[in-house]
Design a protein around this ligand. Structure first.
Ligand SMILES: [Zn+2]
Length: 381
């Protein structure tokens, strides 16, 4: 029998990692747009709401009234989506931990980007305040709501002596920070997930290293965020299409003023995500080789894919589901609404999913329930 793929449409809902970008442009408008598309196809999505930003806005709103208006709208749009049946779970960027707001409306974030570089006490404090915040907010709509899953900011979750034990202690059912195959060595983020014991199915992790499979049952499960091997041709076609779109936009909307406003409201990424040794001309050449000659492991992030790539991703998921021999397999996708300019590819893909008998769209809470009641098998070594 064909396995059933329980597919979670997950979105890391946030501004830029350096705090730049207007939440109205990067978060509120695209969340409303995406939930509209979900409604059309009867799909309930999940949003990993980045809470440190919101807590920081609330802390400073007495001194800066403009922050209160944004924080109020943040909660309003989150509650709206939740009332429509979408799930809200925890995402956390600890760089907001030590932040300064400057009067011109920009942020300086001084905290480390990786939660695992903080002390156990700090990790517990961060997770607890995030979980409490979401539960207090959402229990106003549904008293049974629980924060059950976690994705670390910038994927930084392993290795760590404290992160998984604290998540388990606080009642989280699963973590989805591991993306098998990725590696970052940037000024902000260092992680190496190139060798993970399990890249597809839910598993019990070693409690001090989420990349490793435990021999025994553990108090928390890891469900990898899906990744897949993408061939160079598909990448090239996507990038070519993107470049054409940018050129077309520039022709349609000339004039520096318009461009500057758009850029400012969308924030700046700078070098935060460029691997060491891959900046400048030599770096660019290295990146091109990696991309178009070797092919690469790709996070299943819908905001980075065109429709053709989404189909390839589903081919890979179906193949691996079949090979697993299991009947029910949860699969977690990624998305960043802040990076979606055009929802048409996502919409086409959702239409496919809605009419696929072997795919069942689920929320993260439903994955947690399936892990608890045994619908989803959890691997050990
Ligand atoms: Zn994030």
């Amino acid at each position: 029998m064909k396995p059933t793929i329980h597919l979670a449409f997950v979105d890391d809902w946030e501004v830029r990692g350096n705090g730049s970008g207007d939440p109205r442009v990067l978060q509120f408008a695209p969340m409303r747009r995406l939930t509209e598309v979900y409604r059309k196809y009867g799909i309930r999505g999940s949003f990993n709401a980045e809470v440190m930003q919101q807590l920081t806005y609330r802390n400073l709103q007495g001194r800066f009234p403009e922050l209160k208006a944004v924080a109020d709208e943040w909660e309003q749009v989150v509650m709206e989506s939740f009332q429509q049946g979408h799930d809200i779970q925890l995402h956390l960027h600890p760089q907001w931990n030590r932040s300064e707001f400057e009067c011109q409306g920009s942020w300086k974030l001084h905290g480390d980007w990786s939660i695992i570089n903080y002390s156990s006490e700090q990790i517990r404090g961060l997770l607890l305040s995030g979980k409490r915040f979401l539960e207090t907010l959402l229990r106003r709509v549904d008293p049974t709501y629980s924060c059950v899953s976690f994705r670390a900011g910038s994927w930084c979750a392993a290795p760590s002596e404290s992160l998984l034990p604290i998540l388990a202690e606080l009642g989280f059912v699963f973590d989805m920070s591991i993306v098998a195959g990725i590696r970052y060595d940037t000024p902000r983020v260092k992680l190496d997930y190139t060798h993970c014991d399990e890249s597809f199915l839910p598993y019990y992790p070693e409690m001090n290293d989420a990349r490793r499979l435990s021999r025994t049952v553990q108090p928390i499960v890891c469900v990898p965020t899906n990744s897949f091997w993408i061939a160079r041709v598909a990448l090239f076609r996507r990038d070519l299409r993107k470049a054409c779109m940018m050129v077309r936009k520039k022709i349609e909307r000339p004039g520096k003023a318009a461009m500057t406003t758009t850029h400012e409201s969308r924030g700046r990424i700078a070098d935060d995500w460029t691997n060491r040794g891959e900046s400048g001309a030599v770096g660019l050449a290295k990146r091109v080789v990696k991309h178009y000659i070797q092919g690469q492991i790709h996070v299943s992030d819908l905001s980075l894919m065109d429709y053709a790539m989404m189909r390839r991703m589903m081919d890979s998921i179906r193949k691996r589901a079949k090979e697993s021999g299991l009947q029910n397999i949860p699969v977690i996708l990624e998305n960043h609404t802040k990076d979606v300019h055009d929802f048409s590819d996502i919409e086409r893909f959702l239409a496919d999913i809605a009419s696929s008998p072997d795919v069942n769209a689920v929320t993260l809470t439903e994955i947690a329930n399936g892990l608890r009641n045994g619908t989803f098998k959890v691997r050990t070594a």
